[in-house]
Design a binder for this molecule. Structure first.
Ligand SMILES: C[S@@+](CC[C@H](N)C(=O)[O-])C[C@H]1O[C@@H](n2cnc3c(N)ncnc32)[C@H](O)[C@@H]1O
Length: 288
């Protein structure tokens, strides 16, 4: 039977990964600057730290914080098998296996992104202690998903992702839940996702620029976010997961925060403080 996800061209989402890399190049996220420099060749990647644009730096802080939130939730799992979905031009896997000989990390995204990522990796030429596989995977292709997980040695698996669920409609999110649920039921482990975004009418004023607005509209992103954190939790409960742990933001890790604060007026800071959260990161496990 044909599935609503079968004919979708997910590669139209991929340019967002490049845009994120250029933002992350302004932070201390491992390999982000080196990868951004490679990506921009033959032009020079010259991040402008003197830029005083509060909205811009708010976005950088948001994505820097989102990146670290996954590391935070992953650290206490002790997982030795980690699969990252839709990793884009993020090098969490590389950073992790550079330090840990006992880790097998499989870093995945759609084929075109992976082809470019492999070129970036060639240029970065890192030393690895553990095992890193960088492989194409459509996260909604169950058979391919399963084959990818089968590369791991026996034992629990931690599946991580950031920046995917908001591109998926309800049926696609449910399908991803089913795939991950079946895998975790067999192997044990966790699903760590930073994609708990909720709809907010006031998002436009702060986090957005014209380009982002256009991209959001094109991909229907606002409609695909959760109504509330409660609704998000109900969604995961209904799909067989429970929230095991929530990320706690660590301000000390945010190297971009200084620039955001330097760019802010008193009014902007007060406005920011009065806002409710629009995103969180959860570690999910199979419901007992
Ligand atoms: C917003 S980017 C996030 C990249 C990275 N996780 C980050 O935070 O920097 C979204 C990524 O999702 C990938 N993607 C979209 N649909 C996908 C699918 N069905 N399976 C796997 N990856 C997908 C895109 O190629 C893109 O790299």
């Amino acid at each position: 039977m044909s599935n609503p996800t079968d004919n979708r061209d997910y590669s139209t989402i991929s340019p967002s990964a490049k845009a994120l890399l250029y933002l992350k190049g302004l932070t201390s996220i491992p390999f982000a600057k080196a990868a951004a420099e490679q990506m921009m060749l033959p032009d020079k990647y010259e991040p402008d730290f003197s830029l005083r644009d509060f909205g811009f730096w708010t976005r950088v802080v948001h994505f820097e914080s989102r990146y670290w939130s996954l590391d935070y939730l992953l650290a206490s799992t002790g997982a030795k098998n980690v699969l990252e979905l839709s990793s884009g031009f993020s090098f969490r896997g590389l950073a992790a296996v550079a330090d840990r000989a006992d880790l097998h990390y499989i870093d995945t995204d759609l084929p075109e992104v992976i082809a470019t990522k492999k070129q970036l990796l060639e240029a970065i030429k890192p030393e690895l202690k553990g095992t890193l596989d960088v492989l194409p995977l459509n996260a909604l292709d169950e058979e391919a998903f399963r084959k990818t997980v089968d590369r791991f040695p026996a034992g629990e698996v931690a599946i991580v992702n950031e920046g995917l669920l908001m591109y998926l409609g309800l049926t696609e999110k449910e399908k991803l839940c089913r795939i991950i649920h079946r895998i975790l039921s067999e192997r044990g482990g966790y699903w760590i996702t930073a994609d708990i975004y909720i709809k907010r009418a006031n998002r436009d004023r702060l986090m957005m620029n014209d380009q982002l607005n256009e991209f959001f509209k094109q991909h229907n992103i606002d409609e695909q976010m959760f109504e509330s954190f409660e609704e998000a939790e109900e969604f995961f409960n209904k799909n067989g997961f429970v929230v095991d742990k929530e990320a706690v933001p660590d301000r000390d890790k945010l190297t971009s925060l200084t620039y955001m604060l330097q760019s802010a007026t008193e009014e902007q800071l007060n406005d920011l403080r009065s806002r409710k959260r629009i995103q969180t990161s959860w570690r999910l496990k199979i419901a007992p």
